[in-house]
Design a protein around this ligand. Structure first.
Ligand code: FAD
Ligand code: PYC
Length: 417
C-alpha cells in the first residue's frame, strides 16, 4: 500500500482505521541467504538495501525485543556530516545524501528536517579546532560556515552570548544541510519497505549462539525462536555487539559499552529552530515537531549495560543548557532515559568482514550512529552482497586496530563523550 494524497483521503473517511499492517510478522523459516542480527535502524536499512539494491530478498532481521527498541529509538536524532578526516567525511556525507531523499525512496515520511547544526566554540582552543574542521570540510565539498557570536545569536535567537558566563561563546560552525529526523519513523519506514520486498522481520527473537562449520565459516544461528541456517550473518547490535560476536568465538572486540542519556521537556511553542551543540560543556538541544525540547548529555564514564545512567550527568547538562539559554530555567522536564552505546578508542565505527568467513559487522557507532543509519545500512548491504568491504567502508575495518591505522574523530564526535 503506497502512501499518497489519495490513499490518505480515502482512509480519512474510515477515521484511518483500515490501514493494513505496515510489515509482516512471519514465523522464522529454517534457512535464509542472509540474517541480520539487530532490528535497529542500521540492521533494517541493511536488509532493505540487500533486497532493493542487491536483489537478495531471502533475508531475515532478528531482533531480541521490538524493532527500534535500542538506540535507534533512544537518540536525539542529530544528522550531520561535518567530521574531520577524509575517510569519515566520505562516510557521513554518503549517509547525509541518502537522508536528503529518504522519505521519497521509502514512500514514508521520516521527517528529515535540515534545519542547521550550530556547533558552539568556547574559548581559544575550541575556535582553533573548529576552524580546522571547517576548512577540512570545505576542502571535501561539505558545507560549513563560521559564525561570530552575534551571527550565531541571530541564527538561534535566545542564545546567551554574554562574556560573563562560565564558558563564553567565541563563535560557532554552522552546517546548514544538517538537522534532525523522526527516529521511530526511520525504523518503521525501513521495516515497511524491507518487508514489502520479502524480508522477514522476526521480533522477540534473541540470538543465543552462532554456528560454524569445520572450515570455520558460519552455518547458522541459534535463537529463542529456533535454529536458523545461513551462510551470511551481518551483526548490527550496537551496545551488544561484543556479546553477539563472542558467540562466534571472535574474542574481545575493541569496544566499550557505556550508557548515554537524553531527556525531553514539556511541549512548548516553537522556540528553538535549529540544533545547538556544545562539545565542551556536553550539551545539545533541539525542539521536536511536538514542541518538546530534546536535550542530550555526555556518556556516563563507566562500562555498563544499564539503560538509565546516573542523574548527576543530566544535572550537569541542564546546568549547561540553563547557561546557554537562561530563559529555559523554569521549563519542566518530562522524562529521561539512556541507551547503551558502543565506543571505539578512535570514536569511529567498525564496518566490514570479520576473520570468520561469512560473518560481517557494523558497530562502534557509539554516540553518533543515528546520522549514519541509511549510509551504514547501505554499506553493510553492499559489503555482505559482494563479500568484501565497500570502498567507503574499507578504511573502517576491524583490522585497523591491529595495523594502528586509527581514524581519530574524538573531536568531531565529542559532544557526547
Ligand atoms: P540499535 O538501534 O541499538 O539496534 C541494535 C539492536 O540489536 C537492538 O534493537 C537490540 O535489541 C538488538 N540486539 C542486541 N543483541 C541482540 C541479540 N542477541 N539478538 C537479537 N537482537 C539483538 N547518534 C546520532 O547520530 N545523533 C544523535 O543525536 C544521537 N544521539 C544519541 C542519544 C542517545 C541518548 C543515545 C543512546 C544514542 C545517540 N546516538 C546519536 C547514537 C545512535 O542512537 C546509535 O549510534 C544508532 O541508533 C545505532 O543504531 P543501531 O541500529 O546500530 O543500534
Ligand atoms: O553525533 O551529532 C552527534 C550526536 C549528537 C548527540 C549525540 N550524538
Amino acid at each position: 500500500m503506497r502512501f499518497s494524497f489519495l490513499s490518505l483521503l480515502r482512509n480519512a473517511f474510515s477515521a484511518h482505521r483500515d490501514w493494513p499492517e505496515q510489515w509482516r510478522s512471519p514465523e522464522p523459516k529454517p534457512a535464509y541467504d542472509v540474517v541480520i542480527v539487530g532490528g535497529g535502524g542500521h540492521g533494517l536499512a541493511a536488509a532493505y538495501f540487500l533486497a532493493a539494491e542487491f536483489g537478495i530478498r531471502n533475508v531475515a532481521v532478528v531482533e531480541r525485543g521490538w524493532i527500534g527498541g535500542g538506540n535507534s529509538g533512544r537518540n536525539t536524532t542529530i544528522v550531520r556530516s561535518n567530521y574531520l578526516l577524509e575517510d569519515s567525511e566520505a562516510l557521513y556525507d554518503h549517509s547525509l545524501k541518502i537522508w536528503e531523499n529518504l522519505s521519497q525512496t521509502l514512500n514514508y515520511n521520516v521527517m528529515f528536517s535540515p534545519r542547521g547544526i550550530l556547533m558552539l566554540a568556547h574559548g581559544h582552543h575550541d575556535v582553533q579546532s573548529f576552524t580546522r574542521h571547517l576548512h577540512a570540510n570545505r576542502l571535501a565539498g561539505i558545507d560549513s560556515e563560521w559564525l561570530s557570536p552575534e551571527e550565531a545569536r541571530a541564527f538561534c535567537p535566545g542564545l546567551n552570548i554574554s562574556k560573563d558566563i562560565r564558558y563564553p561563546i567565541g563563535g560557532a560552525t554552522l552546517q546548514r544541510r544538517g538537522g534532525v529526523a523522526r527516529h521511530d519513523a526511520v525504523v518503521w519506514g525501513f521495516a515497511r519497505a524491507a518487508s514489502a520486498l520479502g524480508v522477514d522481520i522476526l521480533q522477540n527473537c534473541e540470538v543465543t549462539g552462532i554456528r560454524r562449520g569445520p572450515d570455520g565459516a558460519v552455518t547458522g544461528l541459534d535463537t529463542t525462536r529456533g535454529a536458523i541456517a545461513t551462510r551470511k550473518i551481518g551483526v548490527s547490535a550496537a551496545g551488544h555487539t561484543s556479546v553477539v560476536l563472542e558467540m562466534a568465538g571472535l574474542g574481545r572486540l575493541p569496544l566499550e559499552s557505556t550508557p548515554l542519556q537524553a531527556l525531553v521537556s514539556e511541549p512548548l511553542k516553537p522556540l528553538i529552530s535549529c540544533v545547538v551543540m556544545s562539545n565542551t560543556i556536553h550539551a545539545y538541544i533541539s525542539q521536536s515537531d511536538k514542541g518538546d525540547l530534546v536535550i542530550g548529555a555526555g556518556t556516563d564514564q563507566y562500562v555498563s549495560y544499564s539503560q538509565t545512567g546516573g542523574l548527576q550527568i543530566t544535572a550537569h547538562t541542564l546546568d549547561a543548557i540553563c547557561e546557554l539559554f537562561p530563559h529555559l530555567r523554569r521549563v519542566r522536564m518530562m522524562r529521561n532515559w539512556g541507551g547503551i552505546v558502543d565506543n571505539t578508542v578512535d570514536r569511529s565505527p567498525i564496518l566490514g568482514p570479520t576473520p570468520v568467513p561469512g560473518l560481517f559487522v557494523n558497530c562502534g557507532w557509539g554516540t553518533g550512529g543515528f546520522k549514519a543509519t541509511p549510509g551504514a545500512g547501505h554499506l553493510l548491504a553492499a559489503t555482505i552482497a559482494r563479500g568484501e568491504a565497500h570502498p567507503i567502508a574499507a578504511p573502517f575495518g576491524l583490522d585497523r586496530f591491529a595495523r594502528g591505522r586509527l581514524i581519530d574523530e574524538a573531536a568531531a564526535a565529542a559532544v557526547a563523550h
